[in-house]
Design a binder for this molecule. Structure first.
Ligand code: ADP
Length: 164
């Protein structure tokens, strides 16, 4: 009989900042898998609004009710991070067909480099299908309301960035 002693699922992303769309995927992954590690990508070439530490802290605050979720960060290849945390699965959220092309490329390349690691996709919740970190930043910057889209901590942090 095969040993199914899996599994740690890794939810990677830049989370600049984390949105309710991300959190929906993380929460659902935490329902299905015994251990979920959120991997925050450092990626300095993307010039994030929030520092790595700020992004990690905002996610930690948002997932503190989920005992099987950890938050860590990485730079470089995702597969190296997955191996480091002894993960065997990458979970990604899909919003629209437009996400598919790039996610497909990444999944293929990761599979080529790390055949032991699977990538699985979860469809976004309908109400978050239009939601991205960059949209949230634009809305706050121009004075709009994002209460339904992010946690109160993230909303406050965004206001501080733009208006403090
Ligand atoms: P973004 O594309 O908003 O900058 P990230 O790079 O942080 O997001 O994405 C991390 C992961 O979260 C990706 O798999 C992405 O598809 C997923 N994701 C982002 N926003 C949503 C959403 N609204 N619903 C479901 N998944 C999402």
């Amino acid at each position: 009989m095969k040993d199914y002693s899996v599994t740690t699922a890794v939810c990677p992303g830049s989370f600049d900042p984390v949105t309710r769309g991300h959190l929906d995927i993380i929460e659902r992954a935490a329902e299905v898998f015994p251990r979920v590690v959120v991997g925050v990508l450092e990626n300095p070439s993307k010039k994030p609004l929030f520092s790595l530490e700020e992004r990690v802290e905002l996610i930690r605050a948002a997932v503190k009710h989920l005992p099987n979720v950890e938050v860590d960060y990485f730079s470089g290849l995702l597969i190296d991070f997955v191996r480091k945390v002894e993960g065997n699965l990458i979970i990604k959220g899909l919003r629209a067909i437009s996400d598919f092309e790039i996610e497909f490329q990444m999944a293929m390349n990761n599979k080529r480099m790390a055949p032991e690691i699977e990538t699985m996709f979860m469809m976004t919740k309908n109400e978050y299908s239009f939601l991205s970190s960059s949209m949230v930043k634009e809305i706050v910057r121009f004075g709009g309301d994002v209460k339904d889209l992010v946690t109160p901590e993230v909303e406050q942090a965004l206001r501080r960035k733009y208006f403090a």
